[in-house]
Design a protein around this ligand. Structure first.
Ligand code: IPM
Ligand code: MN
Length: 370
C-alpha cells in the first residue's frame, strides 16, 4: 500500500467500545506483521458524543468521517438517552453518517461457521453451510421520508406519520450492487418488497426487474413479498443467495438472518457509497448487533461481528483480500477451538470474555499468518 489509509474509529456506546478494542488489536497486528500502515483516529458518536458535546455527532466528527478512507463503527444507544428529543437520540448520529456519506448500499452477509451450526436456534441441517448476502437500501425509504412527525388533530387525538418513498435512481443503484455481488457468488438475486399493498413496492419490483433485464440478463432474479421472505428465511434459508430489499425490510430481515448464524454477535456489515473515478467508495463498517446496554462493561460481548466488519473493510475498501481471508480464518479457527462468548455458548465449550476472545484471535493470527 503506497500511503497510509485513514481509518476513523467510532466506538459509540454500550458494548461498542469493548468490541472495537478487539478489532483495533487485529488491525494493529496487521500493521506489525504485514507491510501495512493505517492512520487510525478515534471519535465520539451517539450517546457518548451527546454526553460530551450535546449532540449525537459533531460537525467535526462528520467531517472526519467524510475525509476518512473508511470508518469502523461500534454501536449506539442505551436507556440513558431514551428520553431525549428525537433529533438528539444516539441513533441520529449513525443515521446522519449514513445519509451525509450517502452510504446507500448496506451489505449484511449471514454466514454459518461450521463450528456454530449447533449454536443456531434452527436445526443444524437447515442452517449448516448457509451463506447469504442481504443488500439493504440504507439512505432512503421510511427511515428518511417526508412528511414525518407526530401531530395533534383538532379532536385532540395524536397522529404519527412516516413516509415510505423511493425514486427510480435510488432503486436502480442498490439493485446494481445486488446484481454485481450475485455475479461473484451463485448468480441469484431475490428482491423483497410488499408490492401487494404498497405502490413504492410496485415501483421497486418493476425497477429491479428492468435493471436486471437491461444490464444483468445473466443473473437470475426472483421477487418475494417481504413477509414471505421472513418466513422462507427460517423455513429454508439456503434457497437464498443475494437478497435485495429496502431500508426497513432490510433492517428486519437482517436481524432475522443474523440469528440463523447462531447470534447477532456474529453478523458484520459494510455500508458503501457510489464509486468515484478511482473506483473508491465512501464506506462505514459496523457490527449488526446494537449497543446491548444490559451486558455493557462486563466483558461479555462477542467481538467477532466487529472483527468480521474489519475484515470487510480490508476486503471492500482496501482491496486486501488475503488479509481479509486471514481475519476470517482466525475467527473460524477460534470457534473450532471451542472458544465461546456467552451469546454463542454451548455445552462442552469454553466460555471466554471479550478480551480473551481477542487474545485467541491474536494467537491464531500469529499461528496462521505470521
Ligand atoms: C441497524 C440498527 C439501526 C437501524 C439503528 C441503530 C438506527 O438497528 O443498523 O440495523 O435501524 O438501521
Ligand atoms: Mn437493525
Amino acid at each position: 500500500m503506497a500511503s497510509n489509509e485513514k481509518v476513523l474509529f467510532l466506538p459509540g456506546d454500550g458494548i461498542g467500545p469493548e468490541v472495537m478494542a478487539e478489532a483495533r488489536r487485529v488491525l494493529e497486528w496487521l500493521e506489525s506483521n504485514r507491510a501495512l500502515g493505517f492512520d487510525i483516529t478515534e471519535g465520539l458518536a451517539g450517546g457518548a458524543s451527546y454526553d460530551a458535546h450535546g449532540v449525537p455527532l459533531t460537525d467535526d466528527t462528520m467531517e472526519a468521517a467524510m475525509d476518512a478512507d473508511a470508518v469502523l463503527f461500534g454501536s449506539v444507544g442505551g436507556p440513558k438517552w431514551e428520553g431525549l428529543d428525537f433529533s438528539l437520540k444516539p441513533e441520529r448520529g449513525l443515521l446522519r453518517l449514513r445519509k451525509e456519506m450517502d452510504l446507500f448500499a448496506n451489505l449484511r452477509p449471514a454466514i454459518v461457521f461450521d463450528a456454530l451450526a449447533e449454536a443456531s436456534t434452527l436445526k443444524p441441517e437447515i442452517v449448516s453451510g448457509l451463506d447469504i448476502m442481504i443488500v439493504r437500501e440504507l439512505t432512503g425509504g421510511i427511515y428518511y421520508g417526508e412528511p414525518r412527525g407526530i401531530e395533534t388533530l383538532e379532536n385532540g387525538a395524536r397522529r404519527g406519520i412516516n413516509t415510505q418513498v423511493y425514486t427510480t435512481p435510488e432503486i436502480e443503484r442498490v439493485a446494481r450492487v445486488g446484481f454485481e455481488l450475485a455475479r461473484k457468488r451463485q448468480g441469484r438475486v431475490c428482491s423483497a418488497e410488499k408490492a401487494n399493498v404498497m405502490e413504492s413496492g410496485v415501483l421497486w419490483r418493476e425497477e429491479v426487474q428492468r435493471v436486471r433485464d437491461e444490464e444483468y440478463p445473466d443473473v437470475e432474479l426472483t421477487h418475494m413479498y417481504a413477509d414471505n421472505a421472513a418466513m422462507q428465511l427460517v423455513r429454508d434459508p439456503r434457497q437464498f443467495d443475494v437478497i435485495v430489499t429496502d431500508n426497513l425490510f432490510g433492517d428486519i430481515l437482517s436481524d432475522e438472518a443474523a440469528m440463523l448464524t447462531g447470534s447477532l454477535g456474529m453478523l458484520p456489515s459494510a455500508s458503501l457509497g457510489a464509486a468515484d473515478d478511482m473506483g473508491r467508495r465512501r464506506a462505514l463498517y459496523e457490527p449488526v448487533h446494537g449497543s446491548a446496554p444490559d451486558i455493557a462493561g462486563r466483558g461479555l460481548a462477542n467481538p467477532l461481528a466487529c472483527v468480521l466488519s474489519l475484515g470487510m473493510m480490508l476486503r471492500y475498501s482496501f482491496d486486501l483480500g488475503s488479509e481479509a481471508d486471514l481475519v476470517d480464518t482466525a475467527v473460524s479457527n477460534v470457534l473450532s477451538e471451542g472458544l465461546r462468548t456467552t451469546d454463542i455458548m454451548q455445552p462442552g465449550k469454553t466460555g471466554v470474555s471479550t478480551s480473551a476472545m481477542g487474545d485467541a484471535l491474536i494467537r491464531e493470527l500469529d499461528k496462521v499468518g505470521a
